[in-house]
Design a protein around this ligand. Structure first.
Ligand SMILES: [Zn+2]
Length: 89
């Protein structure tokens, strides 16, 4: 029995969903060399991601929870790739 009717890619975790929303909005990007997520410090892109999250939250989330998850991911992502930047300090 095939269950492939949904066109959207399966997103395994709420965190993965939040990351994909942020990437779509351009608020974060992946380091091409190392694959780390970097925040782009772009307030417009961030607002857009928050708007998307509140209008189209991940399955099972309320808009408030979705927005909170976006913030949570943003707070956990630095604005530089740890492997590109010389060590902190
Ligand atoms: Zn890097």
């Amino acid at each position: 029995m095939l269950m492939t009717r949904q066109r959207r890619p399966m997103i395994r975790t709420v965190r993965g969903w939040a990351i994909s929303v942020l990437q779509d909005a351009g608020a974060i990007r992946e380091c091409e060399e190392h694959g780390w997520m970097q925040e782009r410090a772009d307030p417009h892109a961030r607002d857009k991601a928050l708007e998307i999250a509140s209008q189209d939250p991940a399955a099972g989330l309320s808009p408030d929870q979705a927005v909170a998850e976006i913030w949570d991911v943003l707070e956990s992502i630095g604005d530089t790739c740890p492997d590109c930047s010389p060590e902190a300090g």
